[in-house]
Write a protein that binds this ligand. Structure first.
Ligand code: CO
Ligand code: CO
Length: 319
C-alpha cells in the first residue's frame, strides 16, 4: 500500500516488526498494536487470558510498557450464552490488570464466529526501542517460553492430549511476557527482541535475521518443549499454520543431516502467545542468565547469530 512517509514514525507499515512506534514528544514514543483470534481453548476465562496476553506481548517485544487497552470482540450473540462472553472479557481484564495497563473500553459486533483480542497502546524511550533489527553476529539467542502450544491447541479435539500437557500449555500461553521484557530492558543487554507467535520459531527468527542482515544457528536439541508435544507430533498432529510456515520459510532454512524430523516440525510450529526471543552479545549473556535466574524466570539458550553467507543466503541453520 502507498503509505506516505512520516518523520515521527520510527517503526511502521512495511516493517515486519511486532508493533508500530511513533515519536510523540522528547524521548517518548508511542507503541501501538492490535491482535485478536478465535478460541484456542474451551474454557472462556482462560481463552480471554490467552488472547489478552498475546496482544500485550507485542508491546513487551518492543521493550515497551503497556498503558491502555481496548477490547475487540466478535460474538455470536444469539448462539452463545452471555455468561460465556463475560468470562472471556473477565479473563482479558485479569491480564490487562496484571500488566498495569488501564482498560478504556472497546467495541463488539455480532459475528458468526467468536473472536476476541485487544488493541494496546504503550510507551517506550526512543533510546530503548527493541525492534527485530539489531541482532549481530556473535550474539547468543535465548527463548523465554517452551515451544509446542500450536500442537496442543490442535490436539484438543483428539484423544491424544493429556490433561497435563493442556494445563502446561494454557499456563504458558496466558503468562505475560512482562517480567522477561522488563528484565532484558532494564539491563540494556539485548541487541534485538521479538516474540514467537503464528510464524513459529523459524518464521520469527527468519524475520529477525532479514531485518538484521544476519543468519542464525539453532541447536534443535536445546529447544525447550511442553511435555507431551513430541508424542502429539509422532501421532501426526500437524496444524495448518505449521504446514504453512514450513512451506513458506523452508527456503531460508538449512537442516544438518540426521536431525530428528519431529524437532524440525516443532521449530516450524505455529505458536500462540509464545515467549520472547532475545539476541544478546555473547559478552553480556552471562549477566542476562544471572538476572533471569535470580528472578526465577525461565531462559533457554537456543543458538547464536552468525554472519550471513552471501552465496548461501540462508537465514536459519538447524544443527
Ligand atoms: Co509479535
Ligand atoms: Co502480533
Amino acid at each position: 500500500m502507498p503509505v506516505p512517509k512520516n518523520d515521527n514514525v520510527l517503526v511502521g507499515f512495511g516493517y515486519k516488526d511486532d508493533a508500530g512506534v511513533y515519536k510523540i514528544t522528547g524521548d517518548t514514543c508511542l507503541i501501538q498494536t492490535v491482535d485478536f483470534f478465535t478460541p484456542v481453548v474451551d474454557d472462556p476465562y482462560t481463552f480471554g487470558q490467552i488472547a489478552a496476553a498475546n496482544a500485550l506481548s507485542d508491546i513487551y517485544a518492543m521493550g515497551g510498557k503497556p498503558l491502555t487497552a481496548l477490547n475487540i470482540a466478535c460474538f455470536p450473540i444469539k448462539e452463545i450464552e452471555k455468561e460465556v462472553f463475560n468470562r472471556i472479557l473477565l479473563g482479558g481484564l485479569d491480564k490487562i490488570n496484571e500488566s498495569g495497563a488501564a482498560l478504556l473500553g472497546g467495541h463488539s459486533i455480532d459475528d458468526k464466529e467468536l473472536k476476541y483480542g485487544l488493541s494496546v497502546t504503550g510507551v517506550c524511550n526512543i533510546n530503548e526501542i527493541y525492534s527485530n533489527q539489531g541482532a549481530r553476529p556473535g550474539d547468543t539467542l535465548y527463548l523465554t517460553k517452551s515451544l509446542g502450544t500450536g500442537f496442543v491447541v490442535s490436539a484438543i479435539c483428539t484423544d491424544f492430549l493429556s490433561a497435563d500437557s493442556l494445563n502446561e500449555a494454557s499456563l504458558s500461553m496466558s503468562k505475560l511476557n512482562k517480567k522477561a521484557s522488563e528484565l532484558a530492558v532494564s539491563l540494556k543487554l539485548p541487541n534485538a527482541i521479538t516474540d514467537i507467535t503464528g510464524f513459529g520459531l523459524i518464521g520469527h527468527l527468519s524475520e529477525m535475521m532479514i531485518a538484521s542482515s544476519a543468519s542464525c544457528e539453532i541447536n534443535l536439541k536445546s529447544l525447550p518443549i511442553i511435555n507431551g508435544v513430541i508424542e502429539l507430533i509422532k501421532k501426526g498432529i500437524n496444524p495448518a499454520g505449521t504446514k504453512r510456515n514450513r512451506k513458506y520459510f523452508s527456503k531460508y532454512v538449512r537442516v544438518h543431516k540426521g536431525l530428528d524430523d519431529n524437532l524440525i516440525l516443532l521449530a516450524f510450529g505455529a505458536e500462540t502467545s509464545g515467549g520472547l526471543a532475545i539476541s544478546v552479545p555473547e559478552s553480556k549473556s552471562e549477566a542476562l542468565e544471572l538476572a533471569f535466574k535470580n528472578a526465577g524466570e525461565p531462559l533457554f539458550k537456543i543458538g547464536n547469530v552468525k554472519q550471513k553467507e552471501v552465496k548461501d543466503g540462508a537465514l536459519v541453520y538447524l544443527v
